[in-house]
Design a protein around this ligand. Structure first.
Ligand code: ASP
Length: 334
């Protein structure tokens, strides 16, 4: 019997059967949705090797020498952009980053022109972040190279979910069977959505804890348990992932006040007492201290994995670039 709790979800699986036994049979990494669990495991296993490499004095390899990576970010980013840039450089790619204001290029004709322009420069990897859900997929259809989604609107942020999964697997030994709470502004969070897909695919029990106004309208179809009181949702939890209020994606008022939000939904030491003693606290960043998380919880070295998540981010992004360029490299060798 399958142990994947995606069976709980009423969404159709968009899996493709891995052709010819390939461990990662996809051209792009556009989302977690539809990835075979074997492919997810392969990415995590590959990333594990890079964690060790990144802890050595000499961190670079030349496996991707001669390849070109373009990072195209239409939204602000600190962790994701920097770690993709470091990841590319550590693998030996020529890495170029371009950040654009959200208003300069919009979906539609202009986006396709952008794709044609970039494609003409023959990159081997394109990493893209955009404020509109679906924009990265749209662009990928016009590109010859591998495209990695670095976050699109409120849709997906696959490398964040992978780095979160790697953090959990290394700290807890496994993802399967863990009770994992995702709490806060789930409705506007691409991090939550990618994590729900991945954690379900790997057999975790996923709980969402949020006020009703901050839950997505398709929550019943996500294969998760829903709680509206933190004290209930945190009971016996192995891991708690806190989310930022994504004000930039909110249209209208979703909360009475930040003070009230912190009182009911902020993660404090007191609220954590009902979780397991060794509960792991996570946050994708950027954090709003005193809004969704108390400073003493975020900085608690015994429980907080927030800096470790950043470290795992570089390794996971190296793994993604590695597996997506494998065919290209083996073609060169022959
Ligand atoms: N950095 C994450 C993202 O790009 C989370 C956040 O912004 O709150 O979605």
């Amino acid at each position: 019997m399958s142990t994947h709790s995606t069976e709980q979800s009423s969404y159709p699986r968009a899996d493709v059967d891995p052709p010819s036994g390939q461990l990662f049979p996809y051209k792009h990494l556009l989302g977690i949705w539809g990835l075979d669990p074997t492919a997810i495991k392969h990415l995590l296993d590959t990333a594990d090797g890079y964690v060790e490499q990144n802890r050595q004095a000499k961190k670079s390899t030349a496996i991707c020498n001669g390849l070109t990576q373009i990072n195209l970010f239409f939204e602000n980013s600190t962790r994701t952009l920097m770690s993709f840039e470091i990841a590319g450089k550590r693998l030996g790619l020529d890495t170029i980053s371009m950040s654009t204001g959200t208003s300069s290029i919009k979906k539609g004709e202009t986006m396709l022109d952008t794709a044609a322009t970039l494609n003409a420069m023959h990159p081997d990897v394109l990493v893209m972040r955009h404020g509109d859900s679906g924009a990265v997929k749209l662009l990928s259809e016009k590109m010859d190279c591998a495209v990695i989604n670095a976050g699109d609107g409120r849709s997906e942020h696959p490398t964040q979910a992978l780095l979160d999964a790697l953090t959990i697997r290394r700290r807890k030994g496994s993802i399967h069977g863990q009770t994992i709470v995702i709490s806060g502004d789930v409705a506007h969070s691409r991090v939550a959505r990618s994590n729900i897909y991945l954690l379900n695919a790997m057999g975790a029990r996923v709980r969402l804890v949020a006020p009703p106004t901050l839950l997505p309208c398709d929550v019943d179809r996500l294969g998760v348990e829903v709680f509206h009181r933190m004290e209930d949702g945190l009971e016996g939890a192995d891991v708690v992932m806190m989310l930022r209020l994504q004000n930039e994606r909110m249209q209208g008022a979703f909360l009475p006040s930040l003070r009230e939000y912190y009182r009911f939904w902020g993660l404090t030491r007191e609220k954590l007492t009902v979780a397991k003693d060794d509960v792991l606290v996570m946050h994708p960043g950027p954090m709003n201290r005193g809004v969704e998380i108390a400073s003493d919880v975020a900085d608690d070295l015994d429980r907080s994995a927030i800096e470790e998540q950043v470290e795992m981010g570089v390794a996971v992004r190296m793994a993604c670039i590695d597996v997506l360029t494998k065919d290209l490299r083996s073609g060169d060798a022959s």
